[in-house]
Design a protein around this ligand. Structure first.
Ligand SMILES: [Zn+2]
Ligand SMILES: [Zn+2]
Length: 307
């Protein structure tokens, strides 16, 4: 298997795909949100305010904050239709046109005569967006909910705001079960920053793209040429029939996961490369790699599919 991300042309760009501003319920103006992310060393950001009537269906115009070293992707967090628990859907759409038509979503409660979550996700994908199922754990999402969003490219497997706010930041369980059902999804980590808690600079994507432009970044995200991180870096992943070799920043554990319970893992101090045998994972048609550093921060590769 080749690792599509490392064989893709370009370099890695660091970005946050999920952020709020004063255009919805965030604390900071769009300009200040962009300034802070750029100052922190990010290459790009998507401001994704809540796309509901209460906030006049905002799609933040961040084009004026782009420069040689920093870009922005237009987007929104979409809300329409009820989940099985009765709550309104939250769906991340990165790469929306500025004139994306409003849904019938007056506030944060589901109403009659509005698109389902699946329908608004499909409409966003058709309009060019990279679509992610947002914060499954925070939402109390069921598997039936998750498998309904057929237009999703990815599952948000770490949401730093949901972690900081209520220790429900993860979505790996949902992703792994969907993968094991055969859904060809990728993963992303985000901040979902509102800046009213320490909810920023905690989860991001590293996108391997030809250029730091919205178009190239979106193309790479849709192709799965990215990984998610809270800190550690992947430097290379080389897949063989019976093993995988990983080069990375200094970590304390490297773990390969797949369908069901068998894994391969290696633990140590300051490891920057390792070869892990895959003999216990031969029955899995997908595999993904997790890095864990000495502070417990993690990075996650996208799944690769065998056969
Ligand atoms: Zn949300
Ligand atoms: Zn959000």
């Amino acid at each position: 298997m080749t690792d599509a991300m490392f064989s893709a042309k370009g370099r890695f760009y660091r970005g946050n795909l999920h952020t709020h501003s004063t255009l919805s319920d965030g604390v900071l103006e769009p300009a200040e949100v962009c300034r802070r992310y750029k100052a922190e060393g990010y290459d790009f950001i998507a401001l994704t305010d809540h796309f509901i009537g209460l906030y006049d269906y905002p799609i933040a115009d961040t084009i004026g904050y782009r420069d040689e070293a920093f870009t922005t992707i237009l987007g929104a967090e979409l809300h329409s239709g009820a989940m099985e628990n009765g709550n309104l859907w939250h769906i991340l759409a990165v790469g929306l046109p500025a004139d994306f038509a409003p849904s019938n979503s007056p506030h944060f409660q589901p109403v009659k005569d509005q698109e389902t979550g699946a329908e608004i996700a499909q409409r966003a994908r058709a309009a060019g967006a990279f679509v992610a199922i947002a914060h499954p754990e925070w939402s109390g999402m069921t598997m039936e909910d998750a498998r309904n969003i057929k237009a999703a490219h990815a599952v948000e497997i770490y949401n730093h705001g949901c972690y900081a706010g209520c220790d429900r930041g993860y979505g790996l369980h949902t992703l792994d079960l969907l993968l094991s059902e055969g859904h060809k999804l990728t993963l992303c980590a985000t901040d979902d920053a509102h800046f009213y808690e320490p909810d920023h600079f905690g989860g991001w994507v590293m996108v391997k793209a030809a250029k730091n432009t919205p178009e190239a970044l979106l193309e790479a995200l849709k192709a799965g040429h990215h990984y998610a991180s809270q800190g550690p870096e992947f430097r290379d992943i080389r897949w063989f029939d019976d093993a995988v070799e990983v080069d990375c920043s200094s970590v304390a554990a490297i773990i390969v996961s797949g369908k069901a319970t068998p894994t391969a893992n290696v633990h140590g101090t300051s490891m920057t490369t390792a070869r892990l045998p895959l003999d216990r994972l031969q029955k899995s048609d997908w595999l993904r790699v997790t890095l864990v550093d000495h502070a417990g921060k993690r990075a996650w590769s996208n799944p690769v599919w065998r056969g």
